[in-house]
Ligand binder design. Structure first.
Ligand code: CP
Length: 304
């Protein structure tokens, strides 16, 4: 794999190889190996045009733990604010001899555009583009589920919330479908549901109590207000009443159902604190797995 811009059309073997590598790195870390030098002498650029806590930090940690040098491009202090266009910024940075660009952008398709315009030798990794894809989040969600429920052929997963604007939901659906998850359910208000022509294999619900019945894992999503210019925002209290995950609703799921969220969480809007911080929550485990998944991806695209 030279670039990673989406999980769509990625073969099952490639996804499994990345998950296996992430798992091996996690095991090595648990046995005391915190740093490797497989990417010594390589340079990774974090190019984030949208805010990030988890993805940016874990890509930086991942690159450093593999021995690479990391440059965090500060958009606020860059010449972007003086009107420099994206491709001029790209070519300027490439001239400094980078090996990989990790990019997040509000415009769907930006990482694929960078792949088409990048100089040969530079790998592009998508850290989230618009509502299109967040492939490393899809991988880390899958790794977290596999850790606890490895039998995907008997697994039912529910994704609930603002699906329409969610690149996480789309990458999760791609990964779960490729790995043969038995049933993928989506739940949310009609105006925030995945368009009917996308992912015909998933089951769509409007009623959360019905959707969560018997599921093995539930992935809650926040309302992405920053992408809702043309949609009237739901009243938050009413939204929680219909689509918030609390202890009562979690009781309708299968025993031990995994509670997941890509973050950032909005407590009391899509998830109650009693559940986000409860015994079934895997939210911080997802964050930890993010570092190992990003190490696996950097190793895959750069170790050549
Ligand atoms: N899950 C996720 O992408 O979080 P950040 O926006 O903090 O990177």
């Amino acid at each position: 794999l030279r670039h990673l811009t989406s999980l769509e059309n990625l073969p099952r073997e490639t996804i499994e190889r990345l998950l296996d590598r992430a798992e091996a790195l996690r095991d090595a870390c648990a046995h005391g190996t915190r740093k490797l030098d497989v990417l010594a002498g390589r340079t990774v650029l974090n190019l984030f045009f949208e805010p990030s806590t988890r993805t940016r930090t874990s890509f930086e940690l991942a690159a450093r733990r593999l021995g690479a040098d990391v440059v965090n491009f500060d958009i606020g202090l860059s010449s972007t604010s003086k009107g420099e266009e994206l491709f001029d910024t790209l070519h300027t940075l490439e001239a400094m001899h980078l090996d990989a660009i990790v990019v997040r952008h509000k415009q769907s398709g930006t990482p694929d555009m960078l792949v088409r315009h990048a100089m040969s030798g530079v790998s592009v990794i998508n850290a989230g583009d618009g509502n299109h894809a967040h492939p490393t989040q899809g991988l880390l969600d899958t790794l977290t589920i596999r850790q606890h429920r490895p039998d995907f052929g008997n697994l039912t997963v529910l994704i609930c919330g603002d699906i329409k604007h969610s690149r996480v939901a789309r990458s999760d659906i791609n990964a779960f479908t490729a790995l043969g998850v038995k049933e993928i359910r989506l739940c949310g208000p009609t105006e925030l549901m995945l368009p009917a022509d996308e992912a015909p294999q998933v089951r769509r619900y409007g009623n959360f109590d019905e959707a969560i019945e018997g599921v093995d894992a539930v992935i809650m999503l926040r309302l992405q207000k920053e992408r809702m210019a043309s949609i009237e925002l739901p009243d938050e209290a009413a939204y929680f009443a219909h689509y918030g995950l609390d202890r009562r609703r979690l009781g309708l799921a299968a025993p031990g159902c995994l509670v997941m969220h890509p973050g950032p969480i909005n407590r009391g809007i899509e998830i109650a604190s009693e559940v986000a911080d409860g015994a079934q929550s895997r939210i911080l485990e997802q964050v930890g797995n993010g570092v190992f998944v990003r190490m696996a991806v950097l190793d895959e695209v750069l170790a050549r």
